[in-house]
Design a protein around this ligand. Structure first.
Ligand SMILES: NC(=O)c1ccc[n+]([C@@H]2O[C@H](COP(=O)([O-])OP(=O)(O)OC[C@H]3O[C@@H](n4cnc5c(N)ncnc54)[C@H](OP(=O)(O)O)[C@@H]3O)[C@@H](O)[C@H]2O)c1
Length: 287
């Protein structure tokens, strides 16, 4: 099997490229321009029946997406629709990376794959529309709903953990505290763990919708505190309510998910979020 990765420079794409290469898989890491070429029917890579496209490219800026919906639906929905059509034509399987945020509002406990999706933002609506195209293109395709990702390059501003470590360093130098949202809840997830689970799901030829997150849940406050503790920061993290963080996008306070389908088919549990976080930070700050 050959795996083609869109969004290869992102948090998840970077982890996929390294995990797949380590597993001796034949990998092609695509640029943004190459991803669009596939969607426009001018594919720069050979698509075949034994090729899998891991489509991780997306506009992940939820606030930008809320302010510029045309751009959001172009990048997240139309790009995915074009890639789904091309893959259908060449009988290639797609692994579409979606978001646990598509579940939106409705529950106050972690969402399972049998829960209905009620997205509350343009970003999450665009991801859900893309999911539908991917699932309609072939019943072999996979849709993976993940969330609160970190990993990849420490210089990628979308890498939440490395960004927060810099915030801790700045706050320490200035002698200030950090405030973090105690109401927003999610499943902090290491991109490398997701990449490994993608390989499991491809190798098992699984299909349909799967949640793929680290086990356990946390509030943003608990997550940020755990990052501070892992870097031995002396900066105090204060709990703050959602109202303190002005957001254009009305993201559901519940972005938590549970890997129900993986459990049902007997895949091993994903690592616990706290363990993966601490292990990841050790790789950044070896002692
Ligand atoms: N980050 C999270 O917490 C999170 C949560 C839930 C779901 N997800 C999903 O997981 C996937 C990977 O996210 P990530 O965190 O790795 O994202 P990321 O770090 O923001 O990377 C996004 C990737 O997509 C590419 N891209 C951005 N806009 C594009 C466009 N208009 N056309 C083509 N490519 C474009 C970027 O390429 P350039 O280098 O050219 O910019 C980059 O390679 C996405 O589908 C995202 O929706 C992420």
């Amino acid at each position: 099997v050959k795996i083609i990765i869109t969004g290869a420079s992102g948090v998840l794409g970077t982890e996929c490229c390294s995990v797949f290469k380590e597993a001796s898989v034949d990998v092609v890491c695509l640029t943004r321009e190459s991803a669009w070429k596939i969607a426009q029917g001018r594919t720069p890579v050979e698509l075949k029946e034994d090729t899998v496209v891991v489509h991780a490219a997306a506009n992940t800026d939820v606030e930008f997406c809320e302010m510029f919906p045309d751009s959001c639906y172009r990048d997240n929905f139309l790009l995915s629709q074009g890639i789904a059509q091309a893959c259908h034509e060449y009988r290639s399987k797609i692994v579409y990376i979606s978001s646990a945020g598509v579940y939106g509002e409705g529950k106050s406990v972690p969402y399972c794959e049998y829960d209905d999706a009620h997205p509350t933002t343009h970003h999450h609506r665009s991801k859900l529309l893309a999911e539908k195209c991917v699932l309609a293109a072939s019943n072999r395709n996979l849709v993976l709903r993940t969330g609160w990702l970190y990993g990849g390059s420490v210089n990628n501003p979308r890498n939440f953990v490395s960004r927060m470590i810099k915030e801790f360093q700045k706050a320490s130098a200035k002698g200030t505290v950090l405030y973090s949202n105690v109401e927003q809840k999610g499943s902090p997830t290491f991109g490398r763990d997701v990449a490994k689970r993608i390989l499991d799901l491809i190798n098992g030829d699984h299909q349909g919708v799967f949640n793929v997150v680290n086990e356990g849940t946390a509030s943003r406050f608990e997550y940020v505190k755990a990052i501070g503790a892992a870097v031995n920061s002396n900066v105090v993290v204060e709990p703050a309510s959602a109202i303190a963080f002005e957001r254009v996008a009305k993201v559901s306070p519940n972005e938590m998910a549970r890997n129900w389908r993986s459990q049902e088919i007997g895949l091993p549990c994903m690592p616990n979020w706290h363990k993966s976080l601490v292990d990841y930070i050790k790789t950044l700050h070896p002692t």
